[in-house]
Design a protein around this ligand. Sequence first.
Ligand SMILES: O=P(O)(O)OC[C@H]1O[C@@H](O)[C@H](O)[C@@H](O)[C@@H]1O
Length: 320
Amino acid sequence: MGVERANRPSALSAPTATGPSATVDIVGSGPSSKVVATLASGESVEVLLYGATVTSWKSNGGKTENLWLSEKAALDGSKAVRGGIPVVFPVFGPPPKDHTTSSLPQHGFARSSRWEFLGKSASEDALGSNSVKLDFGLYTSGLSEDARKAWPLDFGLQYSVTLAKDSLQTVVSVRNEGGQSFEFQFLLHTYLKVKDISKVSIKGLMGVEYVDKVLNASTHNQSDMDLKITGEVDRVYKGIPQDTTTVVEDEKPRFDVVRDNLQDTVVWNPWTEKAAAMGDFAPKEGFKQMVCVEVGTVNGWQKLEKGEVFEGGQTIKSFL
Ligand SMILES: O=P(O)(O)OC[C@H]1O[C@@H](O)[C@H](O)[C@@H](O)[C@@H]1O
């Protein structure tokens, strides 16, 4: 059962075999395997099977990298990737006590499980613009024994990553394949790459209530039109009415992040001390070249009855 909603991304035209418009290769083996897709015009995306983590997305004919990836990110399946777009499921942050997720690690298991590559499809829209869609799957059977024990529920996750000339769309569908209902949270932990954080402002959150994790999880209201990052920021913006959050750099739009059936967004930058404390964060000054804008459903829980499906995701447009 699909989700009916007004702002569903427009469907791609019927898939055709991948022609000269895009190439898709599986590079590497074992836990380091990744899927690399490149459009004929040079734009590309790389997705590690570990976590189905997008680790690179280049626009502008392949000349502009849009995602920040730590120089010390583990890319060998030994731990969740520091950078790119880790997938957070079925819990965001440290799990609460007395909940079905309470024995899981921070941010759940999806980012540290090996996903299956389900296939590719290429398409061309009415204006002759090409795109390529990569599908990944994670099912109860693909989990480690520890994760299965910690969350003994039957589910199926499908994750589609669609690369177009100026945009990347990442959408998940969560299916309850068990005999009882379950609750989950979901979030796309996107590390956007910027040139200079001091010139960045984030727009589209005005009037929205947020929980400030830096200020003892107290609740506030975004009263400024522009959110500037001048120190550690860790905020959960809840129930955002507008679909688009814009990252502006040097007074020019750099990214539009468009939510699809997801109402919340986390803005995170670890700044000096937290970056220094993370062993896999490099270079240590790297927080000046990144900001996480993380779309998700993390305020309370999504509940799925037996057989039901939830779908949600984002489209990121790069203006460079
Ligand atoms: O170090 P992790 O588990 O990847 O988490 C990074 C950050 O992820 C953000 O989403 C959280 O809001 C932060 O509190 C957290 O520090």
